[in-house]
Design a binder for this molecule. Structure first.
Ligand SMILES: [Zn+2]
Ligand SMILES: [Zn+2]
Length: 118
């Protein structure tokens, strides 16, 4: 399941870092983690090691604009729309609604995307 997803997404969903550039690893992030973690494509987002680190470690990781769960949800909607399912994600927490909305990707990451376009 991971492999199939990885094949379909050879780029970071946030900054579009390409898999073939091995200076960063591409990893699978779970949108819902902890006890709500589930290995289901609706819960996956492919992230490069830098964006993944920024999300989980924030400022400790370096001086980059913050990534939060709302922004990552927005990336899921944008990059993998068929599998964008906020109700499913809410169910993983035994809730009807997630309680937050997807957010636009900050401009800094949009510029990263254009640099990583090739
Ligand atoms: Zn990235
Ligand atoms: Zn993660």
């Amino acid at each position: 399941m991971f492999e199939e997803f990885a094949r379909e997404f050879p780029r970071c969903a946030v900054c579009h870092w390409p898999e073939h550039d091995t200076r960063r690893r591409l990893e699978i992030h779970h949108l819902m983690s902890g006890s709500a973690r589930k290995d289901d494509r609706r819960n996956f987002l492919r992230l490069c090691s830098q964006c993944h680190g920024i999300y989980h470690q924030g400022k400790i990781f370096g001086n980059f604009p913050d990534l939060n769960k709302r922004i990552l949800l927005g990336c899921k909607r944008e990059e993998d729309p068929e599998y964008y399912d906020p109700e499913f994600l809410a169910q993983l927490r035994h809730r009807k609604h997630l309680g937050y909305e997807p957010e636009e990707l900050p401009e800094w990451y949009r510029r990263e995307r254009s640099k990583h376009a090739r």
